[in-house]
Design a protein around this ligand. Sequence first.
Ligand SMILES: Clc1ccc(CN2CCN(c3c(Br)cnc4[nH]c(-c5ccc(CN6CCOCC6)cc5)nc34)CC2)cc1
Length: 286
Amino acid sequence: MQAKEETCWSLDDFDVGRPLGKGKFGNVFISREKKTKRIIALKVLFKSQLLQLGVSHQLKREIEIQYHLRHPNILTLYGYFHDDKRVFVILDYASRGELFNVLQAQQGHKVSEVIAARFVRQLANALKYCHSKGVIHRDIKPENLLLDSKLNLKLADFGWSVVADHSKRHTLCGTMDYLAPEMVSNQPHDFNVDIWAIGILLFEMLVGFAPFANQTGDKLIARIKECKIYIPSTVSDGAASLINAIIKKEPSERLPLNDIMAHPWIKEMQENEEVEVQKFLVTLTK
Ligand SMILES: Clc1ccc(CN2CCN(c3c(Br)cnc4[nH]c(-c5ccc(CN6CCOCC6)cc5)nc34)CC2)cc1
């Protein structure tokens, strides 16, 4: 469906189906656009909730930012409309759902190194595009990474993103596991917070849990600031070297996106990716 400029959408344009998931501010329903029969995801948010929780600015920013991003690894936001009680956001439908649930369904909550390398490469690609437009996502985590029918990763939920500027944002946001040290100590932060999250994600996909998981509150903050992680020997040397090159306390020392995508382990894993993807798709329940 082409995102026609200044289209006036309304609920009458859609057949709304089952809920795909529930969030704090509303629900997402699988839906079909009547004219084109296109399947989409319709995010329905209650204005009362948005006002009560003071997150209307976040929704506005999510829509403004995501609407202007067009990339194969970013979930497309086609448009939005509202009635007196609700705001409706029209989004791409990712048929395999959240990476979070796919990981939960795996033995040991982890995936093979080939699959993990594919997701890291696609996420780095999406972030390279975002950062080139001055957008920092700031909430990279398995819940915000969706998968389509071909197992392509789609970066979603720009509710915590910002357009970087020199004032360097200070608001603390997102869940703690993925927060970079400079964010937990509420220091100025920049694009490198997204790079940090790629390292945490790679660790979690290969080990089955995040490096600072099972910690809470101040202990968790202390562990993140200490920035020491223990990588089990089940993780290959190539993958471990990439994780260690990204998980650096000093933001400017983290491996840049181009070097992540060109890393020898990423390149090595790409060799038999197609076969692994087909095998992995068969294991996912329909
Ligand atoms: Cl306001 C709000 C409400 C809920 C949420 C949490 N999710 C955010 C992502 N949502 C989806 C979006 Br946006 C776009 N495409 C999707 N596709 C799916 C999806 C697709 C398929 C399934 C079914 N599973 C797929 C994997 O095999 C087992 C069955 C489950 C979810 N969820 C979304 C679903 C809801 C975030 C914000």
